[in-house]
Design a protein around this ligand. Sequence first.
Ligand code: ADP
Length: 317
Amino acid sequence: LGPTVTVGEILVEIMATSIGEGFRQPLDLVGPYPSGAPAIFTDQCARIGGSAAIVGAVGADDFGRLNVDRLARDGADVSAIAVVPDYPTGSAFVRYRADGSRDFVYNIATSAAARFGWSEAVATLVAKAGHLHVMGSALSMPSAVAVIDRAVEIVKERGGTLSFDPNLRKELRYDAETERRFSELVAMADLLLPSGEELERAAGVPGREAAIEKLLAMGIPEIALKEGARGASVFTADAEPLHVAAFAVTEVDPTGAGDCFGGAYVACRRLGSGIEEALTYACAAGARNVTVRGPMEGAGTRDELDAFIAATQRAAP
Ligand code: ADP
């Protein structure tokens, strides 16, 4: 029924090489790496063999070319990426703290990343989309929200499906409408892809069991819960929960794990995989991606993920 389309920020990431807090002194940095949660999702989706496209924007600069070239190389449809003159490609500077948390300096709202809208290219793409994947981070950009609203309507109208990854970022600004839109997207989703805290936020109740119960009772058919180094679980209304243990890897850079997980899960499900197979590929995609530096440098093709699965032990539960 047509490609998986996502809408949102396309960025470069530039990363501090030392662990510590913030950027208030000169630091050694590495990058630029192609990034932005929706771009990482799209790249992994395409790499594993799913038909994938992203709606977003980059500047007319090398950071933009880096992203577009990578996505195109990996098989994504880049026809709805606008190239915006006069604004630089969006960026995210990231530094890891010793406890694994991250400090970000984002340039999204004032960059090319936030400067796209409904265009002929977007209309053409959305008109043939079979699935729309929405990420919470994109809701910080009014331009993206307008495109998402329209795309949800069109894709649902033509019998397509919707997935929602509620990855709101504390560093991004959301307007007063966001809470309502967030709840609407949760309620409309055919597939929800939260991590722990996001699960409770999406359900609006504390506690994992209560949150899952409430979301299933609301009629959400499938919830894929990302559990970091513990793996992931899928909950559906009519079957027992299914858990897949994480692959045992040494984590070098956790950024992008959830997006790769999502890209692989959605692609596999849309290509006809059952839940267990999709979940295994998704866990492999997330785990493989954390073994290398850069948010999408570890995204894998089907062959690479098969080799990774064959060669990698499962982590103890
Ligand atoms: P997010 O990036 O959205 O916070 P997670 O950290 O839960 O999401 O990562 C998504 C998936 O990637 C996990 O469910 C798991 O399968 C895999 N993963 C992430 N980190 C690790 C890790 N350190 N070891 C093994 N697998 C991991």
